[in-house]
Design a protein. Structure first.
Length: 295
């Protein structure tokens, strides 16, 4: 039964993220209070139970949520502040793939990176869930968006979302960049610094493509008056996650409702075929989200 301030959700869809793969391999333990043996950082479903003091939702409401883990289940208990309403025009697969990546992307490029209209945003690894979210949010904010995409066949699809899609090699030639969203890792750092504008900002939120250790030329960083920031959403306390999600509700959900932003879903799998879904995620070469469905 849900406790005070909590809701019980019948999960209909749950997206897969890189953290889930690392958790299954023992490389990324869930934060305290979240299941260590069940992956899943995001979910969507219907409220089927209310704890004492719940104010935001009623039974039957469609919700989507960012959780510390344990999202790949049929029933989930979570604090009401961890959930957002699902817009009417999102189906379950889209809703299941929305909360983690759009909250991460919005927090990184706006709260961390301070992106403004008229600036240039570079996104490394833009074909994945966070990347496709960031492309659309950058475009909606009036920024010029450059996106590195390793798989050539996916570049036209990324361009449809609002970016100029390029190969990773030689990305510096397309700068200078006001904000760099780094999802790949260490190999890009020297190029990020050299192509940064004066006062530019680098935000590191992923190291999936080449390691976590990079050499930083502090002289270049000082000359650019640049900033390097890094962030993880998963281990933050509920209060900080709730603030990030309220910003998404205010600034992103209206874009979803108007059709200006969508959730690309590459494939769906039933929950009892989760192993196949995880394997498909690890294959790469996809645009957007892999989502598990309970029905």
């Amino acid at each position: 039964m849900p406790g005070k301030g909590e809701i019980l959700v019948a999960v209909r869809a749950a997206g897969i993220n890189g953290a889930d793969i690392h958790q299954r391999k023992g490389r990324y333990p869930a934060p305290p209070g979240s299941p260590q043996d069940i992956p899943g950082l995001e979910l969507a479903g219907e409220v089927v139970g209310l704890g004492d003091g719940v104010l935001r939702f009623r039974e039957g409401d469609r919700v989507m949520a960012v959780v510390g883990g344990g999202g790949h289940v049929e029933l989930a208990t979570l604090h009401e502040r961890a959930a957002m309403p699902v817009p009417d025009n999102l189906d379950w697969p889209e809703a299941g793939g929305f909360p983690e990546v759009f909250t991460t992307a919005h927090d990184a490029i706006f709260s961390q990176g301070g992106l403004k209209a008229g600036e240039t945003l570079l996104i490394h690894g833009a074909a994945g869930g966070v990347g496709t979210a960031a492309v659309q949010l950058g475009r909606a904010a009036g920024a010029r968006v450059i996106a590195t995409v390793r798989t050539e066949a996916l570049r036209p699809e990324v361009e449809k979302l609002g970016a100029t899609a390029i190969a990773p090699d030689g990305f510096e030639e397309h700068g200078p960049f006001d904000v760099v969203l780094e999802l790949v890792g260490a190999p890009n750092m020297a190029g990020n610094l050299s192509s940064l504008t004066i006062g530019g900002r680098i935000v590191v939120i992923g190291v999936a493509g080449g390691g976590a250790k990079a050499e930083v030329n502090l002289g270049v960083l000082m000359a650019k008056r640049g900033t390097i920031r890094a962030s993880l959403l998963r281990p933050r306390p509920l209060e900080e996650k709730a603030i990030a999600m309220r910003l998404v509700e205010r600034h992103v959900l209206p874009l979803v409702e108007s059709g200006a932003v969508r959730v690309p879903v590459a494939a769906t799998f039933p929950l009892d075929r989760a192993d196949e879904a995880y394997a498909r995620f690890e294959e790469g070469g996809k645009l957007g989200k892999i989502v598990l469905l309970t029905d």
